[in-house]
Design a binder for this molecule. Structure first.
Ligand code: NAP
Ligand code: HSE
Length: 328
């Protein structure tokens, strides 16, 4: 049986999850895809850090060593920030690799360019994990768009914010305690600024905008507010009145084709569809022309939900490739 040569960029929460799932599901993937997978190398930044073992895998802090792997076909990317992730993925695509990313900061800015480059090179870009963690919003949206037009997207797109707001209300935790828990649980970024400032939800909304509308609004025109100013007293006071804080990202296409987007906290009552979305869960409501409104709910962050979305991308990409080979 042939073997796919792969590399993982980043071996933190998500990177380790990818490695774990690929190992645990090795036989199932081998059977369904007719191909084995071999993780040849893992890129990290700090070689001195003690971390989960991965026997027979090259650990390197030098991307050139990854690029030099002969017959490399798949690159999973789970590092942080725009640079050097974009550069690495461009190089991987130019080398003929399919790439699968969880990096929304990079992808919200460079997603269209990466996809154009991949089209020219005849490879695929998987980016399910960039938006809403384990919720299959990207593949669902692609499917819906085959027939429907999307008119509005509204949802909770940051698991950390929703987890903090839930813990403040249900456990009466302080903001800081709830944030520390979200870090320990692998929901919050190592630097949680983007989570609590609304920037993370904004970047995910821009990825959805590219897919649903083929464009983004001007970033400067989007009002972005986080949950950092919400106090425990406000959360508990709202709860006494039967209301809950939710961090809501929304984008609407107006009749003239322009896009209007906003990201920020809202107080919602029991009649609101986002009222019941608790903890790390995300929810995304898609308003469409023919199908009406579809809402997806599920874990928006965390090691295994996110990694499973990336392994799902891998199975889809390799599945497509083997279908083409069989058809030919
Ligand atoms: P993390 O735990 O902080 O891990 C990041 C990993 O990337 C670490 O192994 C780090 O190396 C490595 N790294 C960072 N910068 C690097 C560089 N310039 N060169 C080489 N290696 C580098 O982060 P994470 O939670 O796994 O998230 C990874 C990516 O997935 C991020 O883009 C994040 O936004 C996205 N994401 C995360 C989640 C989640 O629930 N955690 C969900 C969806 C998407 P060292 O270990 O040596 O420091
Ligand atoms: N830190 C992000 C969140 C991870 O809490 O939603 C998932 O993208």
């Amino acid at each position: 049986m042939a073997t796919i040569q792969a590399a993982i960029l980043g071996f933190g929460t998500v990177g380790q999850g990818i490695y774990q799932i690929l190992n645990e599901k090795k036989d199932q993937l081998k059977e369904s895809l007719g191909l084995d997978i071999d993780i040849k190398a893992i890129l990290i930044r700090d070689k001195t850090k003690s971390r989960m073992a991965a026997p027979d895998v090259l650990f390197t802090d030098n991307f050139d060593e990854i690029e030099a792997i002969p017959d490399l076909q798949i690159v999973f990317e789970a590092i942080v920030g725009e640079d050097p992730a974009y550069d690495y993925l461009c190089k991987a695509i130019q080398k003929g690799c399919h790439v699968i990313t969880a990096n929304k900061v990079m992808f919200s800015k460079h997603g269209l360019e990466l996809q154009e480059l991949a089209n020219r090179q005849g490879v695929h870009v998987g980016y399910e994990a960039t938006t809403a963690g384990g919720v299959p919003i990207i593949s669902t949206l692609k499917n819906i768009l085959l027939v429907n037009q999307v008119q509005r997207i509204q949802g909770i797109l940051n698991g950390t914010s929703n987890y903090i707001l839930t813990q403040m209300r249900v456990q009466e935790s302080s903001f800081q305690d709830a944030l520390e828990e979200a870090k320990l649980l692998g929901y919050a970024e190592a630097d949680p600024f983007n989570d609590i400032s609304g920037q993370d939800a904004f970047r995910k909304l821009m990825i959805l905008s590219n897919l649903a509308f083929g464009k983004q609004p001007k970033w400067d025109d989007v009002s972005i507010e986080g949950i950092g100013d919400i106090t425990l007293e406000q959360v508990l006071g709202a709860a006494r009145e039967g209301l809950r804080f939710r961090h809501v990202a929304e984008i609407v296409e107006k009749v003239d084709g322009s896009l209007h987007a906003s990201v920020g906290p809202r107080l919602v009552g029991p009649e609101h569809p986002l009222y019941a979305i608790e903890g790390v869960n995300n929810a995304i409501a898609l308003e469409t022309d023919y199908m009406g409104t579809l809402t997806l709910v599920g874990p928006g962050a965390g090691k295994l939900p996110t990694a499973s979305a990336m392994v799902k991308d891998y199975a889809e990409i390799i599945g497509k490739r083997t279908q083409i080979l069989v058809t030919i």
